[in-house]
Ligand binder design. Structure first.
Ligand code: AMP
Ligand code: MG
Length: 320
């Protein structure tokens, strides 16, 4: 059941589903989440089933108030508090030592837990109403393009969720940045909606983690992720050098001069703004992937601010 612009009554119904161990898809400022009661292991197991998500891949726990950190985590130090106070509610996830309250299935057996407070009115109302932390990965089948509209969720997982709350298009459009604070120094596990530059302004320098195939710390670190079904190739620079193909699509950063070479062109940001490009990224990829193309060419975007998160998603989408 998909509910547009949910009223308080609809939010109460969604909160009741969460309390009863069900699944609710809901909008956040990053992407749509597939939510379950984070303290109910059986409910969390349903998330893994619905997404076909491997069990080694831990979930992010969403909270409504900063002080819930102290229930879920051990050793919430000054750096964690500073980051939470600066960026929450917002697209930053903190990885801290886990308390006994958090079920093993949520953290995939790790002794750490990932937590964030989302900045979206529907998400906040749901979290308040459910009165429990909500575990929520992106509401898409594992490895596929993330959902930034309720329609994306409906098309991909519609049958598998008890309710979809439709709050329109996600304004940030890429997943949260994930910072691990358990190593004695901050380590960026995933580039996302808060830029590295902004995080460094609070904590000094941040180490950027390389993907480790042995121990997957974040699914966003898997080499092949966020993938359309159509082959995607990142262009070296401008698309005019692209081989001409009968059914080629172009994911352009700004409005291209020679769109006629392509069967379909999706423009991330006509004026070339990386923030706008991030917000449009997954919707553009969904449309290109549905267009029956043989290949999708993607233009690179400048790798500063949210451009780093965009290029990270494109590189993983481009892997075979
Ligand atoms: P998503 O499926 O986009 O919501 O991704 C959730 C992200 O949080 C994944 O990249 C998870 O692996 C990551 N994550 C969750 N828990 C942990 C943890 N304890 N340590 C490191 N990363 C985590
Ligand atoms: Mg995901």
């Amino acid at each position: 059941m998909r509910i547009t612009d949910p009223t308080d009554e609809a939010i109460r119904a969604a909160a009741t589903i969460i309390r009863g161990g069900g699944l609710v898809a809901f909008p956040t400022e990053t992407v749509y989440g597939l939510g379950a009661d984070a303290l109910n292991p059986i409910a969390c197991a349903r998330i893994f089933e619905a997404k076909n998500r491997p069990r080694f891949d831990p979930l992010i726990v969403h909270i409504a108030q900063i002080d819930q950190l102290d229930d879920l985590c051990t050793a919430v130090d000054a750096m964690a508090r500073n980051l939470a106070e600066r960026f929450w509610p917002g697209p930053l996830t903190l990885v801290l030592g886990k308390s006994d309250l958090v079920p093993e299935i949520v953290t995939a057996g790790l002794d750490t837990v990932a937590v964030r407070m989302p900045a979206h009115a529907v998400a906040s109302r749901l979290l308040e109403g459910a009165d429990t932390p909500i575990a929520a990965p992106s509401a898409n089948p594992f490895g596929y393009i993330s959902p930034t509209t309720a329609q994306h969720v409906d098309e991909q997982l519609g049958e598998r969720v008890d309710m979809i709350l439709d709050g329109g298009q996600c304004p940030v459009g890429v997943e949260s940045s994930i910072v691990d604070l358990t190593a004695g120094r901050p380590v960026l596990l995933r580039a996302g909606g808060v830029s590295v530059e902004d995080i460094e302004a609070v904590v000094g320098s941040v180490e950027v983690s390389a993907a480790s195939p042995e121990r997957v710390l974040a699914p966003g670190q898997l080499r092949n992720h966020y993938s359309p079904r159509t082959r995607l190739v990142i262009l070296a620079s401008h698309h005019s050098c692209a081989p001409v193909n009968e059914r080629a699509g172009l994911l352009a950063f700004r409005t291209p001069a020679d769109a006629e070479h392509f069967s379909l062109v999706e423009v991330l940001s006509p004026a070339g703004d990386v923030r706008e490009a991030a917000a449009n990224l997954f919707s553009c990829l969904h449309r290109l992937d549905r267009a029956g193309l043989e290949i999708i060419y993607a233009e690179p975007v400048p790798e500063s601010g949210l451009g780093r998160a965009i290029m990270d998603r494109l590189r993983r989408a481009a892997r075979d």
